[in-house]
Write a protein that binds this ligand. Structure first.
Ligand SMILES: Cc1cc2nc3c(=O)[nH]c(=O)nc-3n(C[C@H](O)[C@H](O)[C@H](O)COP(=O)(O)OP(=O)(O)OC[C@H]3O[C@@H](n4cnc5c(N)ncnc54)[C@H](O)[C@@H]3O)c2cc1C
Length: 393
């Protein structure tokens, strides 16, 4: 087994957007941080890639944005909403040093964050996972049992164990962290990549109980289609490509015709869906961040942006550099993300009319605005977001 330290300040389970970012920020505070992940570096995960403005603001603040542009992911200068035949293009206005959005593949984004963590002094160990929690006599978590692929185990003492280990979080299970609320709806998503297509920015299409979109990345254009999980369960046996083309046609007949003509993506990936939740995320000696701590339906494309924001806010609470403490972090997070969870759940229901989903997007824009304020001082806000809201009206 790889030689691992016997004692660190913080163990982080999970080395992707939530885990690597949290580790980087804590290591920058001078903490000794060990990150373990059973995956190998540079591997893909089940996710599309749209980053929203606050993620760009954070990546720039952390000094990582140049590395993101160096991946070759194109600058996104417009987001275009298509509601049936109505088209609403929205320009991305320059602000806080950010004049474009970006959507790197996870094989590019996660390594940039991991490099940032390593450069800050965190130790990252792949092919290893947290399999148990150590507890002291008072029951407080005092470290973790880490295993490699051959099931060799080592006990590592730590002041804090952080689960950044995604929706099926082992740390949450071991800590007994319950979901506090479960969403009523969930959506499926089927996606793949096509080469030789350079869309001008993000495109989101809504129609006939389904949604689709195009996200330009550094590895082709990602074209996804989604609808309710119930539809997916009833139709998955007819074949993934048939389900994909059917959904594309419902959301946008023009996009579906284009894809049929040029050929569907060679490989399609599907997420059957899971209702959103906030989970109990702080306890004696442990905490959760990213999807482990709260999950909203991916239909609103905010999980990575949310993971980066919560990584920063949790790190500030741990290091004592923010307004929150670890004791107040969870209640404040729950208040902060309530609106995002509710809107994502309503969109994932796929029972809306086009004017209703348009109104939900307006609400979402308001939520994005207030979530951005949590990582950016108020004086950095300018009229840009006001103009975006006005554009929706
Ligand atoms: C189909 C789909 C499309 C999406 N599209 C978007 C989008 O366009 N934009 C967006 O912002 N978000 C999107 N999301 C959401 C986004 O992918 C997640 O919110 C984000 O990946 C959460 O990051 P995370 O670091 O919390 O968890 P993850 O990315 O899930 O990483 C968790 C890591 O923990 C590791 N791990 C698991 N168990 C252990 C263990 N026991 N010990 C140690 N490590 C462990 C895993 O190997 C993994 O590497 C999408 C999600 C899906 C499913």
């Amino acid at each position: 087994m790889q030689s691992l330290p016997h004692r660190v300040d913080v163990i982080v389970a999970g080395a992707r957007c939530a885990g690597a970012a949290t580790a980087m920020l804590l290591a920058r505070q001078g903490m000794r941080v060990l990150v373990v992940d059973p995956a190998q570096p540079g591997t893909d995960t089940l996710s599309t890639h749209a980053l929203m403005r606050s993620a760009l603001v954070q990546l720039a603040n952390w000094g990582l944005l140049d590395a993101i542009w160096a991946t070759g992911a194109p600058a996104i200068r417009t987001t275009t909403f298509h509601y049936g035949r109505e088209t609403i293009p929205i320009a991305i206005k320059p602000r806080s040093g950010v004049d474009a959005l970006v959507a790197p593949r996870r094989t590019a984004l996660d390594p940039v964050l991991q490099d940032g963590a390593r450069e800050a002094g965190a130790e990252l160990v792949f092919g290893h996972s947290v399999q148990g929690l150590l507890r002291d006599d008072s029951g407080r978590v005092s470290g973790a049992v880490v295993a490699d692929r051959e099931r060799n185990v080592v006990e590592i003492q730590a002041d804090l164990v952080i689960g950044a280990d995604g929706i099926r979080s082992k740390v949450a299970e071991l800590a007994g962290a319950e979901k506090l609320v479960a969403g009523a709806h969930s959506a499926c998503s089927i996606f793949g990549y096509v080469d030789g297509r350079s869309p001008d920015g993000y495109h989101w299409y809504y129609g006939d109980g389904s949604a689709s979109g195009i996200i330009p990345t550094n590895g082709g254009a990602c074209i996804f289609a989604g609808t309710s999980s119930a539809w997916f369960d009833a139709n998955r046996d007819h074949g993934m490509e048939a389900a994909y083309l059917d959904l594309l046609a419902k959301a946008s007949p023009d996009l579906a015709a284009e894809v049929e003509e040029s050929g569907a993506p060679a490989r399609l990936r599907a997420f059957a869906g899971m209702p959103g939740y906030p989970r109990e995320s702080v306890g004696d000696g442990w905490a959760l961040v990213g999807d482990a701590g709260f999950f909203r339906d991916p239909i609103t494309a905010h999980g990575i942006t949310d993971a980066l924001r919560e990584a920063e806010l949790l790190s500030r609470a741990i290091a004592g550099t923010g307004e929150s403490t670890l004791a107040t972090y969870q209640a404040e997070r729950d208040a902060r993300v309530k609106g995002m969870l509710e809107i994502s759940d309503r969109v994932a229901a796929f029972d809306w009319t086009l004017s209703e989903v348009k109104a939900q997007h307006r609400d979402l824009n308001g939520e994005m605005n207030s979530l951005l304020e949590t990582i950016e001082p108020a004086e950095a806000q300018n009229a840009t977001w006001g103009r975006l809201v006005a554009t929706y009206d």
